[in-house]
Design a binder for this molecule. Structure first.
Ligand code: EPU
Length: 433
């Protein structure tokens, strides 16, 4: 197992380009199941989760090829394969996003029920309810979700409410939207997730011949079509990767230029960072999903309140990273987690680095400290690990972040990106440290 060894205290300087979005690319790859024709995707990040999705699609009768740098070609050649096996699903919860596409196109599918997750319970009840309202018969069989379309082979359009106790559901919206694209008649999804990744999936479906309107708003209308065709699409840049590197510049008092930065999808994060006192200068916003910005930070930072919310609110996927920054602000900040109330595995590790944090329920009071001190730390999820890397970049001394495989799920060669900006970070074999 790999670890990162970080010698902290270096101001990051330089230029970096943001990769394609993991959380857009995963459901987009799954949408390739909805046609027999080839689908070509560009700007696909090279990540463990993407390789897992490719493996899952292969097991579902799809040829997945790397046809160029960050380019994948997918084509279904054996639609009789309808089993998403536990062995793959347990490595990646996002596997659930094959459910809607495969059910709509093949009329039946069996997908392992995703298990527990370190950031919370993460049920899939809303996905299943939405598909049932489209006429699917669904039952659980030995840990598998078995879903079947009506005897005509096609699902039926319906009015569906997708809100849950923590807002809507991103992958649930994708699943229902994909299933409805090939259903008979019109579907209206109310309380749909508004995340940019949902818009990316809707745009891809439309490029494949679907008729989806309103993605990015809480009401999505889908006029079902009988069949879809191949397409060539480009993945949007990753707003969470962008936010993480903006915060890397900020926490090290750096001066960093970021290209291919989706500022249009980062409104809440940029607002919070400006409140903290980070300078964010937009150098080019010809395309606000692919802007160039400069992040600089030199003065003392102000404390703030952050509440994670569904988009366009502050993203839960940047909560651990901004917590690292707030540890070094002057005064008391509060973070309240409204998506995953238990997503605080990084708190205990930040305490080991000298942070002053008090958790009460789903909130954490952060009392700024003068400095963080390097330590060996371990995280058990992707974004918590990113938060610890940021803390390590700012800390005095050496920080070892263990279990880097979590980071490799969502950040392409993070150590190289950070080194490019002047960080002293190295990937080593954990057992050798
Ligand atoms: N929820 C339900 N029932 C459901 C589905 C969700 O109650 O059927 C709850 C969840 O427990 C959670 C909230 O609704 O409290 C939102 O969950 P959502 O379904 O939107 O999450 P997701 O679609 O499974 C995606 C991202 C996550 C990100 C969340 C929230 C992908 C592959 N994953 O998950 O990303 O945190 O949306 O924005 O798109 C990550 O990249 O590190 C990551 C965890």
């Amino acid at each position: 197992m790999d670890a990162f060894v970080i010698h902290g205290g270096r101001r990051l300087r330089g230029r970096l380009r943001i990769n394609g979005s993991k959380n857009a690319a995963l459901p987009m790859m799954a949408a390739a199941l909805m046609t027999d024709e080839p689908v070509i995707m560009r700007d696909v990040p090279d990540l463990a989760d993407i390789r897992n999705m490719a493996k899952l699609l292969r097991s579902l009768g799809t040829v997945v090829e790397e046809t160029g740098d960050q380019q994948r070609k997918m084509q279904v050649t054996d639609p009789t394969q309808s089993l998403a096996h536990y062995d793959i699903v347990r490595t990646m919860r996002a596997s659930i996003c094959v459910l809607g596409p495969a059910l709509a196109k093949r009329g039946q599918v069996k997908v392992s029920m995703p298990g527990g997750c370190s950031i919370g319970d993460r049920p899939v009840d809303l996905h299943l309810r939405g598909l049932q309202e489209l006429g699917a018969k669904i039952h659980l069989d030995e840990g598998y979700i078995v879903a079947q379309a009506p005897s005509s082979g096609r699902l039926k359009g319906a009015k569906i409410f997708l809100g849950g106790p923590f807002g809507s559901t991103v992958l649930g919206t994708d699943n229902v939207m994909c299933a409805a694209a090939l259903a008979e008649g019109t579907t209206v999804i109310e309380s749909a997730a508004c995340e940019p990744e949902v818009v990316a999936v809707a745009n891809m479906l439309n490029a494949m011949g679907a008729k989806v309107h309103g993605a990015g708003t809480p009401r999505i209308t889908i006029e079902g079509v009988p069949s879809m065709h191949g397409a060539e699409v480009t993945v949007i840049p990753d707003r969470i990767e962008a936010g993480t590197y903006i915060l890397a510049g900020a926490i090290t008092n750096g001066d960093v230029v970021i290209d291919n930065c989706p500022i249009d999808a980062l409104g809440a994060a940029i607002d919070r960072l400006i409140q903290v006192g980070i300078e964010i200068e937009v150098l080019d916003e010809t395309d606000p999903m692919r802007a160039t910005i400069r992040v600089a930070s030199a003065r003392r930072l102000q404390p703030i309140q952050v509440t994670t919310q569904p988009h366009p609110g502050f993203p839960t996927d940047l909560q651990a990273q901004i917590m690292a920054l707030l540890c070094l602000c002057d005064g008391n900040s509060i973070i309240t987690e409204k998506i995953y109330p238990d997503r605080f595995l990084h708190v205990a590790e930040l305490l080991r680095m000298g942070a002053n944090l008090t958790r009460t329920g789903s909130s954490v009071l952060i009392t700024g400290v003068r400095e963080l001190i390097g330590a060996p730390v371990m995280a058990s999820d992707l974004r918590a690990s990113a938060g610890l890397v940021l803390a390590g970049l700012a800390a005095r001394g050496t920080t070892t972040v263990n279990r880097v495989y979590h980071l490799d799920r969502g950040y392409e060669k993070m150590e190289l990106s950070l080194r490019q900006l002047g960080a002293d970070i190295e990937r080593v074999d954990q057992d050798a440290v």
